[in-house]
Design a protein around this ligand. Sequence first.
Ligand SMILES: [Zn+2]
Length: 282
Amino acid sequence: MSISTTASPGHTGAGFWIRVIQNRLRLIAGRFLRSGFRSGWTLVYVSVANLIRRIQNKFLGARVECPCCGWEGYGFKYLDCGKFHVPNVECPVCRGHERHRMLHLFLTRRKPAFMDRPGRVLHFAPEKQIRSFIDQNPDLVPIGIDWDMTQYALRPGFNCDIHHLALPDHSFEGLYCIHVLEHVGSDYDAIKELYRVLKPGAEAVIMVPFMMHQTETEEYDGPDPEIFDHVRGYSPLDFKHRLAPFAYEEVTPASLLDPDEVVRFQIPDSQAIYLCRKTTQA
Ligand SMILES: [Zn+2]
C-alpha cells in the first residue's frame, strides 16, 4: 500500500508558509534563550533536515516503508531529542516512531500468547498503535494506566503510581509497558509491581529507549526536560539485569526481520523488545 503526502489546498498558499516560518523562528529563538546553544542548534538542524526530507519525499524515489500505515517514501523524519537529534525516526503520515514500527511487526509476526486468549491486559501510557492490536480480540479487555490518564484518549483507564499499583495480585493475563520505565523514580520497584499483578504464566511486553553508546545506565539528577523528562539513560548492556523477577526473551530487529527489512523499515538495533514471563506463583 502506498500513501501520498500531498498537502491539502489550504496548506499551499504563501500566507500559510510565512506563518509556518514565523512560528518556527519563534520556536528556535525560544529554545536558544531557554535551553542554551546546544539545544537551540539541535532545533535549527532538525528544522532544516526535515525541510530537506520533505523535498526528498516529494521528488525522490521511495526507499523506506512504514509498516504501521503503509506510507512509502525517501526517508522518515528526524527527531529532535533536545541535546541531540536522531535521523530516520518519524513517519510523516501516522507519526509512528521506530518503536511503533518494531512493535507492529512483532505483533503481526509473533504476538504473545495472551493476545489470542480472553482476559485483561494492563496498558501503561496507552498508545493507539498497540491498542489497535488488542482490539482485534473482542475477549481481551484493555485497561489503560498512567500517572495522568487525561493525556490519553483511550479508555477505559485510571490514574495510578507504577511504584504502588492499586491492583490485586495475579489479576492480568498480559501487559504492555513501552517507554515508561525511563520516567519513573525506581524502575526496580516498578518491575516488581508489574510482576506482582500478572497471573502466573502471564506475559509482559517491555521496551525502553537505549543510549547505545553507554556501557552503564546513567541515573540523572531528576527529570531532564532536554530529553523528554527521562530520569535515566539506559545502557543496552545492563538493562536486562533489572528484569530479574521475570524469565525473558530479547526480541531484536535482527531476530525478527530480514536484513533488507531492517533497512526498508528503518529499525535500528536499539529497538529491542523484552517478552517477559512470570514463571512463579508469587
Ligand atoms: Zn506510518
